[in-house]
Design a protein around this ligand. Structure first.
Ligand code: ATP
Length: 420
C-alpha cells in the first residue's frame, strides 16, 4: 500500500505526532509513505517538479531502504527555513512557505523523527476552495494516481472529514473520467478503483461527536490553565476581577474544563445559555457571595460561542461592565486568542495521536470497497473506529440543535447518557 497523510482545516497541537505515527507505523507494516503539504490544496496542486535527489542522512544509512530519509533536504528546509523555500510556481503563497513545485512528498523514518514534540503542523494546513469543486477533486485524484498512492489519512475537523468522504464517494467516477480523458492508463484505472480513506480528528474545540477527545484539545486546555495561573497572580495581588474569553466555537468544553481546573467563579458555555433576564443578577449574587467569604480574586470564563436564552451573544466587555458597575470590581478582559492553539503538545496530545495513527494504518490495511471510511476516535479510553460520516452527521446535528435552541437534544446527541 502507498499511503499519504495530510493535515487540513485549523491547526492543532498533536498533528505532527499524527504524521509521525502514521509514517512510522506505515513503514513498519510495509507501506510506502508520503505527506501532502498544505492540506487538500496540496493534493489539488500535486507535483509539477521531479523529486530532487537526496542523500540518506548518516543516521539512516544503515537502515533498510524505506526507513531512510527520502526527502531529508525538503523536510529539513521545511522546518528550518532555508534553501529551497520559494514562492510557489503559481504565484500563490499559501501556508507561509512552500517548496517549489512539490506538494506530495515521499518521506522516510528519519524525516519525522522528533515530530511528536512540535506544535502546529510542519507539513502545513490550508482551507482549499478548489477542493470543494469537482474539478479540484479531479486534479487531486489525478495527482494521487500519478504517484501511485492508494490510501489517504486526513487529520482535521469535521469539514476536512466531510471533504474526505465526498472524495471517496466520488472516486470511482473521477477515475472513470480520468481514464476517458486519456490522462491515466487502463492499468492505472484498475489499480486505483478504490481509494482507502481514514480520518483523524485534529481540533482544539473537542467538538466532534462519537469521540471523547480530539487531538489538540488537551494542549489548548493546558495553555488556558497556564494563562489562568498567570492572571491569578495579578488578580489576587490587586483584588481584581478577570473576564477571560476562550475558544471553542459551538462547544463549551474548553471553557467548562478550564473553569473547573482554574477555579472560575462563573462560566458561560453555549450548551447552557443562562436566562437572558436574570443571568446578570445570578452572576453578581454568586460573585458577591464568593467575595464575602474572603476571595480576593474573581474569574469569569466565557466560551467563544456563549449565548443567553434569547440567543444573544454574551460579550466579555459587557460582562466586565456589569461587574464594574454593579459590584464595583476593578475588572479586566483577557482574550487568549491564538495562544491557545500554539506551543508544544502536552503528553496526552502525543499519546493519543500515536495510538490513533497506528490504528489508522491498520484500518487502511483492512479497508475494502465495502467497508465505510472510518474516523479513529477514543471512547472510554479505548481507541475505536466509527463510520466517518456518522460522526460528521452527528456533529452537524449537535450544531443545528444548538442553533435551534434545543439544548437538551444537543447534549443528548453529544452524550446519549446525558440527563438534566
Ligand atoms: P476546523 O474545525 O479547524 O474549522 P475543518 O476541517 O472543519 O477544521 P473546514 O475549513 O471546514 O475546516 O474544512 C477544511 C477543508 O476541507 C476545506 O477548506 C475544504 O478544502 C475541505 N472541505 C470541507 N468541506 C468540504 C466538502 N463538503 N466537500 C469537499 N471539500 C470540503
Amino acid at each position: 500500500m502507498k499511503l499519504a497523510i495530510l493535515t487540513s482545516g485549523g491547526d492543532s497541537a498533536g498533528m505532527n505526532a499524527v504524521v509521525r505515527a502514521v509514517v512510522k507505523a506505515g513503514i513498519l507494516k510495509g507501506c510506502e509513505t508520503w505527506v501532502v503539504r498544505e492540506g487538500y490544496e496540496g493534493l489539488v496542486r500535486g507535483n509539477t517538479e521531479a523529486a530532487p535527489k537526496s542523500e540518506p542522512s548518516k543516521t539512516s544509512q544503515n537502515l533498510p531502504a524505506n526507513y531512510r530519509n527520502t526527502n531529508i533536504n525538503l523536510i529539513q528546509n521545511l522546518r528550518f527555513g532555508d534553501g529551497d523555500l520559494l514562492k510557489d510556481g503559481t504565484g500563490d503563497f499559501i501556508g507561509g512557505r512552500t517548496i517549489k513545485g512539490r506538494y506530495i512528498v515521499r518521506v522516510g523514518f528519519d524525516d519525522v523523527r522528533g515530530w511528536f514534540a512540535e506544535g502546529g503542523t510542519l507539513i502545513g494546513t490550508a482551507r482549499s476552495k478548489t477542493f470543494r469543486t469537482r474539478e479540484g477533486r479531479l486534479a487531486a485524484a489525478y495527482n494521487l494516481v500519478k504517484e501511485g498512492i492508494d490510501a489517504l489519512v486526513v487529520c482535521g475537523g469535521d469539514g476536512s472529514l466531510t471533504g474526505a468522504d465526498v472524495f471517496r464517494a466520488e472516486w470511482p467516477e473521477l477515475i472513470t473520467a480520468l481514464h476517458a480523458e486519456g490522462r491515466i492508463s487502463k492499468e492505472q484505472a484498475e489499480a486505483h478503483s478504490h481509494l482507502k480513506i481514514v480520518g483523524l480528528v485534529g481540533s482544539i474545540d473537542n467538538d466532534m461527536s462519537m469521540t471523547d477527545l480530539t487531538i489538540g484539545a488537551p494542549t489548548a486546555l493546558h495553555r488556558i490553565c497556564e494563562a489562568i495561573d498567570n492572571i491569578n497572580s495579578t488578580a489576587a495581588s490587586h483584588s481584581r476581577a478577570f473576564v477571560l474569553e476562550v475558544m471553542g466555537r459551538h462547544c463549551g468544553w474548553l471553557a467548562l474544563l478550564a473553569g473547573v481546573s482554574g477555579g472560575a467563579d462563573f462560566i458561560f458555555i453555549p450548551e447552557r445559555p443562562p436566562p437572558h433576564d436574570t443571568w446578570e443578577d445570578e452572576m453578581c449574587a454568586c460573585i458577591h457571595r464568593h467575595r464575602e467569604i474572603g476571595k480576593r480574586k474573581t474569574l469569569v470564563i466565557i466560551a467563544e460561542g456563549a449565548i443567553d436564552s434569547n440567543l444573544n451573544p454574551i460579550h466579555a466587555d459587557y460582562v466586565k461592565d456589569v461587574l464594574t458597575d454593579r459590584l464595583g470590581l476593578d475588572t479586566r478582559v483577557t482574550t487568549l486568542g491564538h495562544t491557545q492553539r500554539g506551543g508544544r503538545p502536552v503528553a496526552y496530545d502525543r499519546v493519543l495521536p500515536t495510538l490513533q495513527g497506528v490504528e489508522a494504518v491498520e484500518a487502511l490495511l483492512e479497508s475494502t470497497p465495502d467497508t465505510p471510511s472510518y474516523m479513529i476516535g477514543v471512547q472510554e479510553n479505548k481507541i475505536i473506529r466509527v463510520p466517518l460520516m456518522e460522526a460528521v452527521a452527528m456533529t452537524r446535528a449537535v450544531a443545528t440543535a444548538i442553533e435551534a435552541k434545543d439544548f437538551d437534544k444537543a447534549m443528548s446527541l453529544r452524550d446519549p447518557e446525558f440527563k438534566e
